[in-house]
Each structure stands twice: as C-alpha cells, then as structure tokens.
Design a protein around this ligand. Structure first.
Ligand code: RB5
Length: 147
C-alpha cells in the first residue's frame, strides 16, 4: 500500500525523517510537499493527502504540522477520511484497531523524533479489529451521507 506524506513548515523536518524511515523499511512513500521549510498554510497540504485517501482505498496518509491539530481538522472534512492525531504508542495502536484510521497526524513541535517514528511504525503495522468497531465506523459514514 502506498503511503502519501505531507506537512507544513512546522512539520517539514519530521516529514523528511519519516520518508527516510519508510524507505529504510521498504515502504513506498510519496512526498506531497512542501519542498522546504518556508512558511506555508497547513490546509493546502492536508487537502493534497486527504483528497487522495478519500478517493482510493489502497492509499493511506501521514500529515504533520506543529501540533497536528490544524491538519486533523482539515483532513476530517473529507468523506471517508479518518484522520487520527496520535501522541504515543497507545493512541497509534487504538487509532488503527478501533478507528481504522487511514491518515496518521503528528505534531512536529510536540513529539520527539524517536516517539514520532515509534508511532509511525505501530500505526503502519497494526490491523483494524473490525467487529463492534465496524458498526461505529458505519455510523460515522452515515453522518457523512447526510451532510
Ligand atoms: C504553524 O505555525 C502552526 O499553526 C501549524 O503548524 C499547526 O500547528 C496548526 O494546527
């Protein structure tokens, strides 16, 4: 599965480290920008990732801004996107097992690089549990249909 990655200026350094981590682990990573750490607007980059994840089941995304909050708010506007802002191993695991999150959101200014890479590793390698959790996701999708 392809993993598409984008950030704003506050997440730029961590984005580069995550792309290296994906490459080291033989995971196809696609960089959707930005190309440097000059100031940009996080919604512009959240949209690039969220549009593709919303459109295709075989694509997952990683978004990084300063806190992760702006990227989360933006990405979750898109149908079918379940963007999860994760701070530690437990939230990374639960976001996959319970929420079937298809975009991982990280805060470049609030996480150590070590913790961020642990989160990425867990998030990419943890399956969705299904069962009772699927019914809850179906309820989220039914809300989307009424919007
Ligand atoms: C940029 O200064 C900062 O606002 C952004 O990276 C993010 O934290 C927004 O939620």
């Amino acid at each position: 599965m392809k993993t598409i990655v984008a950030s704003d200026h506050a997440g730029f350094k961590l984005k580069a480290r995550i792309l290296t981590f994906l490459s080291e682990n033989k995971i196809e990573g696609v960089d959707l920008g930005p190309d440097g750490d000059i100031s940009v607007d996080y919604p512009d980059f959240a949209v690039k990732v969220a549009e593709q994840v919303s459109a295709g089941e075989r694509t997952r995304g990683i978004l990084i801004c300063g806190t992760g909050i702006g990227m989360s708010i933006t990405a979750n506007k898109f149908n079918g996107v379940r963007a999860a802002l994760c701070h530690n191993e437990a939230t990374a695991e639960a976001s996959r097992r319970h929420n079937d999150a298809n975009i991982l959101v990280l805060g470049g200014r609030v996480l150590t690089e070590d913790m961020a890479l642990k989160i990425v590793d867990i998030w990419l390698n943890t399956p969705f549990d299904g069962g009772r959790h699927q019914g809850r996701i179906d309820k989220i999708q039914s809300i989307e249909k009424t919007q």
